[in-house]
Design a protein around this ligand. Sequence first.
Ligand code: C2E
Ligand code: MG
Ligand code: MG
Length: 717
Amino acid sequence: MSAEPDGPEGRLRRFATIWSRAVYPVTSTSLTRAEFEEELLPLARRLSGLLRAHSFDAEGAKAVGAALVDAHCTDPEALTRTLDCVDAYLVLYCGEEDPEAPQDAPRLRSSRLQHALAAGYAQALRERTLAEQESIAQAALRAQGVVAQALHASEARFRAVFEGAAIGIGIADLDGHVLQVNGALLRMFGLSSQNLRDRRVQDWVHPEDAPQTWKLYEELVRGEREHYHMEKAFNRPDGTVLWTNLTVSLLRDADGDPQYQLALMEDTTERRLLNLRLRYEATHDALTGLPNRTLFFERLEKVLAAGEGQRFGLCYLDLDGFKTINDSLGHAAGDRLLVEVADRLQSCATAPGEMVARLGGDEFVALTTGPGTERTVDELAERIMTALITPISIDGRDLMVRGSLGIVEGPAGERTAAEVLRSADITMYRAKSAGGNRSELADPEADARAITRHGLTTALPTALERGEFFIEYQPLVHLGDGSVRGAEALVRWLHPQHGVLGPDRFIPLAEHTGLIVPLGRWVLEESIRQARAWRERYGEETAAGPLRINVNLSPCQLSHPGLVQDTVEILERAGVAPDALCLEVTESALIGADDDLLKPLRRLAEMGVDIALDDFGTGYSNLANLRRLPVNVLKLDRSFTQGMQRFPADPVDLKIVEGIVTLAHSLDLAVTVEGVETGAQAEQLRVLGCDTAQGWYYARPGPPERLHDLALMDATG
Ligand code: C2E
Ligand code: MG
Ligand code: MG
């Protein structure tokens, strides 16, 4: 508002300015000084009015005092300064310019106004203070209510947690008296609250307590430790054991002095059982229940780590011909056989320090420990070999079970478990190579020379590329006239380090790795090429016409899709007629074979290729089954011939062979016998009606030139 500086309005403004400058520094307003001045201006006008009013208006002055309080001039200094200001300047700037007015009247009025203003101010201030106190009190009251509610809620929540927790909670004093426990804890212990409270914490000693258990407890109740954590067992009243994950904490009072102990426990009984169960399953063989390779290694390692004077003896057993049983009787029968073998082995190793384990497949180990294992391991081996003698009866058949056993014996602390097992494996293999059904003792020199299966497996692929394989031929002789009718191709591996290896060493490995397919194709190619060479050289010179070639086929080759086409191509390329070839398939590979598997053989048979059932009589096959198979030759297994070595031969053996020959002939099958080693055997087999024979009596497998000589010999001789 603009005003003439010397007019009444201008002077009023001056008063307001002075007043505001005096009071502003002691107010707690958020206004600027100019804004504050604008706020005081109406009050100044009011005072001015009151000064000049006809009669004194105390209420009006009080109202100005109250307004000051409202304007946040609540500091007592603000009042003092206001009164000073009014006293000094109100009359000066706002006084009446009426000359007739009494001289001291305005001063008197000013002074009365000041009193009233002060009174109004004081009253307003008191009211305001009271109001503030009131609202604080009320707020406090309200807050108290809220806090009480919150406390209540938190207590209720705590109770709910305490009671509803799945975890067991208990509180005890420092003497071990149980004060409070929750439902979960009672359920875990299978006790009533009273029963539990009757016992002290120290009463819960368990034989399986870890050694430091009660030391930690003492430290806690003495206040030297805030908490501890452990697995602890408790005896339940029903005699069972409760296993817990236990955490005990010390509770202190407000001054920090130990007051209670708080136990939190989680029931781990089932988890523990499960862990034990899992550990058991991880360390035991599911089929036989024997310890498995993992557990055996753990034990062996422990034994080998034992101190001086300790020795160990290990028997490594591999069943002979188990694959045949599995292939011909099925896996279920194979499994039952393994279970029976496992039971028998287990009963061989019952002394302390002895253990039997299954390493996998048909491989078992027996371990003996202690100071005198030089003697005990031999006894153990003998018990094992004896245990296998009695045939095992499965599905009404008595199966002969034989095994090859490798024995390693020695002092602890010299070799690792892996080295010991390798030596045992090599030794077992030596027993197997020597014909099986025997045990051999480990020999460090033989070990050093030994060829591991692993080493051979890795060397196989390059061996084919490098031309390390070669074929020997063993003649097939007609029993009636003694003429050579053909030869069986038998593959060998000229290993750069180990010399000549027989097929039993590497054919299973080649089958396992799939290399058997290219290897088999190579054998077929090579031997057909050889058949062609014989023919070119001797033509039809031999007495019985052209020489024929027998080639062995693995089960893997049988199921290989290229078999028929490969064979046809190889024959055509060599210009050899299909009827010059006989493929030998083992009996076990064909038993249970479905039509899909037989189809390629049937195709080949239709083309004129002969199919021979090799090792006949070892596969427990059903003779009636023979009719289904596309075969035209039976090759009687060596075991039949062996039975005729004695003289006179076992009449039962003779009857069996006679029966087989009769049956084979009635099915239009020719019969070949293997393993003929003596003239007596040859004569016997001839009388029984066998058609052809093969064996050392005629010739060992040898280079192709040898066959030329033989064939030529009987052509000319
Ligand atoms: P197989 O087909 O039954 O071969 C006959 C085995 O008996 C040969 O063993 C032969 O050397 C042996 N033998 C021959 N006459 C006598 C004898 O009078 N007395 C004794 N005790 N044994 C005799 P080899 O050469 O060790 O072959 C073993 C097996 O390896 C063969 O049994 C055959 O199943 C397999 N095999 C050989 N060559 C091949 C091949 O090229 N491919 C496949 N898949 N398997 C082959
Ligand atoms: Mg054969
Ligand atoms: Mg054979």
